[in-house]
Write a protein that binds this ligand. Sequence first.
Ligand code: CA
Length: 230
Amino acid sequence: MRRVRVLIVEDERKLAQAVASALKGEHYDVVVASTGEDGFFRANAEAFDLVLLDVMLPGRSGLEILRTLRQRHIDTPVLILTARDGVEDRVLGLDLGADDYLVKPFALPELLARVRALLRRGRPSEAFRLKAADLEMDLVARRAIRGDRLLELTAREFELLEYLLRHQGHLVSREMLAREVWKEPRRATPLDNVIDVQMARLRKKVDSDATDRLIHTVRGVGFVLREGEP
Ligand code: CA
């Protein structure tokens, strides 16, 4: 799987560094451009999955960059970063083809959530497809298929299956699921039951009409998604 590449065009050095390190923490490849010219050059010359674009930049404004990229049919998702009083910038930015905006100052978890949402909406690529046996997930279209059967999954079941697929062949504990899928930092007993119920529903949808089971329970420990067992 190739890594997701993000371009940050931001002249405020401290902010650019904080955003870059938050994104690196999520295992994205990050490139920082600190002037409008450099940002424009890179966005034109290199392939990115997402551009974070400050509006007020020395050299060339974020909105000018955005306009030119869209005129050249470079349709990489763009998240613009605007000042609190920059209402017109936000409206103009969205009109020019920005995919979302965030008002400064923003919290980094909020930024990461927006980034994830935009990447899900972005164009299909190798990075956004997962596969095991005849099970396939398209993370962009938010679609899961087993054989020729489209799986009707809830949002939570989708996330759960995605997590299992990303860790296929490896044991996934309830604690990992609570932390990574349910985003609960501390594991609570009631959540174990919720996880078991959700997992039972998911397994029914994934495995009940198939000859090979993919999702297995490891008693007392957790679950594993594995190919090639009856
Ligand atoms: Ca700026």
